[in-house]
Design a protein around this ligand. Structure first.
Ligand code: NAD
Length: 261
């Protein structure tokens, strides 16, 4: 627990399940006040909010499509109206689907880019405006992926969005560094969340994924949330523009394990 986080206000996009819920719950343990954004799963968001309160924090839920400017506006309004301000904005919402690139429809391309990349831009812009208008130090955390670095055939739109998030994060971090607004990304590896539920339910698929992880296991959403709490805290006060990989070593060229090659 980082004592300075108590009573800080955070927005978490896509908080109704998976990593977004785990980050909200962790922020609850830190005694923070959290706006939990959801797109369609109101029950999931409500469960996450109840859990934040049980953990010692406060929470409200807010429906919004983060791929739209009105959506991002709704979330900053929810933070200001309910909790009187904003300290930390987490752009977590994301989606993926698997299609060979030659068959990838423009509609699928646009959907994934809209949530994963445009959503990060719009959330970041709202947060930056709030921090600069109020002359406040600020903290933005973007959920990238190991796939900002590792190519992933049949997920071209997803990797394009995450590669975009990487350089967007670095650029905005540099642009606002003097105003003491820190902007970082987290790059999860394979994490046990609903996005992977189908894949990891198949033992063969799960074994293939696990073989690509030096630590030999799938990660838990709480392990990603721990990185978010550290990046949100003053313990990371001199850190900006990084992607913190939380991946059990997946980005370390695991095919070289055991001295192969
Ligand atoms: P998830 O599918 O469990 O949750 C994604 C959340 O985003 C959901 O709550 C969903 O409702 C929300 N969302 C989707 N479209 C939205 C929109 N238009 N507006 C608002 N919210 C929207 O997935 P997760 O595994 O928890 O993933 C969270 C983030 O972590 C994503 O950005 C994902 O790309 C990234 N990530 C996940 C993994 C993993 O292995 N699980 C690995 C690398 C990166």
């Amino acid at each position: 627990v980082y004592s300075e986080l108590k009573d800080k206000v955070a927005v978490v996009t896509g908080g109704s399940k998976g990593i977004g819920t785990a980050i909200s719950e962790r922020f609850g343990k830190e005694g923070m006040k959290v706006v939990i954004n959801y797109h369609s799963d109101k029950e999931g968001a409500q469960r996450a909010a109840d859990s934040v309160k049980k953990n010692g924090g406060d929470a409200v839920i807010a429906q919004a499509d983060i791929g739209s400017e009105e959506g991002a506006q709704k979330l900053i309004d929810a933070a200001v109206d309910n909790f009187g301000g904003l300290d930390i904005w987490v752009n977590n919402a994301g989606m993926e689907n698997q299609v060979p690139t030659k068959d990838l429809s423009l509609d699928d391309w646009n959907k994934v880019i809209n949530v994963n990349l445009t959503g990060v831009f719009l959330g970041t812009k709202m947060a930056l405006r709030y921090f600069t208008d109020h002359n406040k130090k600020g903290n933005i955390i973007n959920m990238s992926s190991v796939h900002e670095q590792i190519p992933w055939p049949t997920f071209a739109h997803y990797v394009a969005s995450k590669g975009g998030v990487k350089l967007f994060t670095e650029t905005v971090a540099m642009e606002y560094a003097k105003q003491n607004i820190r902007v970082n990304a987290i790059g999860p590896g394979a994490i046990n969340t609903p996005i992977n539920a189908e894949k990891f339910a198949d033992p063969e698929q799960k074994a293939i994924t696990t073989s690509m992880i030096p630590m030999g296991r799938i990660g838990d959403p709480e392990e990603v949330a721990a990185a978010a709490a550290w990046l949100a805290s003053d313990e990371s006060s001199y850190v900006t523009g990084i992607t913190m990989f939380v991946d059990g070593g997946m980005t370390l060229y695991p095919s070289f394990q055991g001295g192969r090659g």
